[in-house]
Design a protein around this ligand. Sequence first.
Ligand SMILES: NC(=O)c1ccc[n+]([C@@H]2O[C@H](COP(=O)([O-])OP(=O)(O)OC[C@H]3O[C@@H](n4cnc5c(N)ncnc54)[C@H](OP(=O)(O)O)[C@@H]3O)[C@@H](O)[C@H]2O)c1
Length: 246
Amino acid sequence: MQNLAGKVAFVTGGSRGIGAAIAKRLAREGAKVAITYVSAPDRARDVVGEIEAAGGVALALKADNRKPDEIETAINEAAAKFGKIDILVNNAGIAEFGPISELTLDQFDRTISVNVRSVFVAVKAVLAHMPDGGRIITTGTAFALRAPMQGISIYTLSKTALVGFTRSLAHDLGGRGITVNMLHPGSTDTDMNPADGEMADGQRGMMAIPQYSKAEDTAGLVAWLAGPEARVTTGAEFTVDSGFSA
Ligand SMILES: NC(=O)c1ccc[n+]([C@@H]2O[C@H](COP(=O)([O-])OP(=O)(O)OC[C@H]3O[C@@H](n4cnc5c(N)ncnc54)[C@H](OP(=O)(O)O)[C@@H]3O)[C@@H](O)[C@H]2O)c1
């Protein structure tokens, strides 16, 4: 059974990694899916092609999270094409790592605009197109729950800000039956954090199950949060992190 037949999803950063897996999974559940990308149009086209080849419907739109007007335009275009947006997945993100003595104001501002401000912009833009009972799902990080290493201060700050936003928004939108939730992936094998990268063994050493997640692991949770069984699950945080934060 397809849990999301008749639904429309909008996934930021759907061209690669966790976002691409989420887009494909939501499409498999029957949703029409719009994805955004910024630097990899070819990868975005591949995701759309894969969804279409499997019988789904998808659309790729360029929208830089640093540019509010591009986010708003992409959301309006997706809504015009598909008639509404039931599910917003705020997934696109960047990770700027380094010791506090070396991190720059530019890195701080870039991180906040891509990881945090864009979520505020997307939520505001999507509400006009979201029917009651919609879903807002935001990708955080397990570092928002446990930050046991040096060099992750700006990244952790940005994702932790989204936790507070998620909890508050759940109350703002609960009257419309719109749920707002956050998921915290742990180390996940993507371009951002390859399972064979220099830092990988250190991360595995902090997990209960010493294995990197696959992007599909997180996508499965998103499919559940987007589906009918999660009707009254809101203001909540979920980890998919091999027990890193346990
Ligand atoms: N991988 C991990 O271990 C891990 C762990 C915890 C949380 N996360 C979070 O999960 C999310 C996805 O991470 P990932 O590992 O899949 O990363 P990734 O492989 O680096 O993919 C990043 C995605 O975000 C998009 N993106 C980057 N900058 C953007 C911008 N300025 N505007 C719009 N889109 C932008 C990219 O688009 P292009 O392809 O066009 O560049 C791509 O689709 C992020 O929020 C990240 O913080 C990842």
